[in-house]
Design a protein around this ligand. Sequence first.
Ligand code: IDP
Ligand code: MG
Length: 153
Amino acid sequence: MEVTLVILKPSAVQRGIMGEIISRFERKGIQIVGMKMVKLTDETLEEHYSHLIGKPFFGRIKDSMQASPVVVMALKGIDVINAVRKLSGVTNGREAQSGTIRGDYSMSVQENIVHASDSQETAEAELGRFFSENEIFNYSQHLLPYLYAGDEL
Ligand code: IDP
Ligand code: MG
């Protein structure tokens, strides 16, 4: 199974919808294997959003991500990286499909509620950036036979 990183951004924390967003992952059948609240530093954000350094809006993204603590989550499931990107919706909340997190909760490109890793390599690097090994838990999901068929596991 894969593990992916999700960040509940200040737009989720400040609007008081953390629980609603977490519920969406839970009801999908995705297992939460790590979760904590952290304040993001300049250094972490420069690493995390290194592909955006140099863009005119980079300073604004940094301020936005530091407007409050965020919640970092490690989520586990079959093909979970892709599944969570699909649940999140496209970057621009105004363009994101209804039914997705960004489509249902965001009207903005920047204030778009969640971050989700976009590939196996980034998931691995991002989990390592925000979690130490003992903060990601290996525990059995008792409903597993009702979440997946035997040949999917
Ligand atoms: P993603 O979050 O959908 O993977 P990325 O292109 O990796 O999108 O951008 C990371 C984050 O940077 C976005 O989620 C959004 O918050 C912010 N961002 C991206 N492009 C813009 C922009 O053009 N204006 C303002 N913020 C942006
Ligand atoms: Mg991205």
